[in-house]
Design a protein around this ligand. Structure first.
Ligand SMILES: C[S@@+](CC[C@H](N)C(=O)[O-])C[C@H]1O[C@@H](n2cnc3c(N)ncnc32)[C@H](O)[C@@H]1O
Length: 213
């Protein structure tokens, strides 16, 4: 298996959002965080030969990271068409041959159903900026209904919420880790050129897929 730092280097070519929308929380997942999440998922056997779905794929960062690690197929879902066009261009930059479908849809009502073992990787909107705490809840609902396992990035302080959400749906948090990353200035309301963001990543095993697998 290639190293995490090799994956981070491969993902460094991924371009950011051309016209980022604050209402959709279009912050790119930094390559170091994306490489970290994908590498851990790969070490856990959650990428190779699987269907990997990136909900809120944006620039395609997590989808492309997964595509470099031998999945059967990758699906990137985003509600914003122009973000998906960026993801398509990023795919060419990264140069993977893995089949990838870019799906223009609401990830909270994702039109997806597969009998393949399915892993979700996602960095959903946090909702914190709009006072809409746990906007990530609806993304976790989708994970619970279509995935065997998910990896999701949340803002700091989400542990209690994520654990109780998972257990209410017959899921279990099996791994958790903290990550700090720099968010570059993107929107007028950002006061600093760069801000340190404390995030948390959770691996959840789900048992309640609709097909009963
Ligand atoms: C924090 S960004 C993550 C971006 C991505 N991981 C990347 O590195 O570019 C959240 C993404 O979720 C998308 N999004 C927000 N609400 C959505 C929804 N209801 N359905 C699908 N995508 C949505 C946004 O357009 C944005 O691309």
């Amino acid at each position: 298996m290639a190293t995490k730092s090799a994956l981070e280097t491969q993902l460094a070519v991924v371009a950011g959002f051309e016209e980022p929308r604050a209402d959709l929380e279009q912050y790119p997942t930094p390559p170091e965080l994306a490489a970290h999440v994908v590498h851990i998922a790969d070490l856990n056997g959650d990428v190779e030969d699987r269907l990997v779905v990136d909900l809120g794929t944006g620039t395609g960062m997590l989808a492309l990271g997964a595509a470099l690690r031998g999945p059967a197929r990758v699906v990137g879902v985003d509600i914003d068409r122009s973000a998906l066009l960026t993801a398509v261009r990023n795919r060419r930059r990264v140069g993977t041959r893995t089949p990838i479908d870019w799906v223009h849809a609401d990830a909270t009502r994702a039109p997806l159903c597969s009998d393949r073992r399915t892993t979700i990787l996602m960095n959903p909107p946090f909702g914190a900026q709009r006072g809409n705490e746990h906007a990530d809840r609806a993304f976790l609902e989708t994970a619970a209904s279509i995935a065997d396992v998910s990896y999701s990035v949340h803002n700091a302080g989400s542990r209690e919420f994520v654990e109780s959400f998972a257990s209410d749906r017959g899921g279990e948090v099996t791994h958790a880790f903290q990550a700090t990353f720099a968010l570059e200035r993107q929107f007028d309301f950002h006061e600093a050129d760069s801000e340190e963001i404390d995030a948390e990543v959770y691996r959840i095993e789900w048992s309640g897929r609709a097909d009963g697998e």
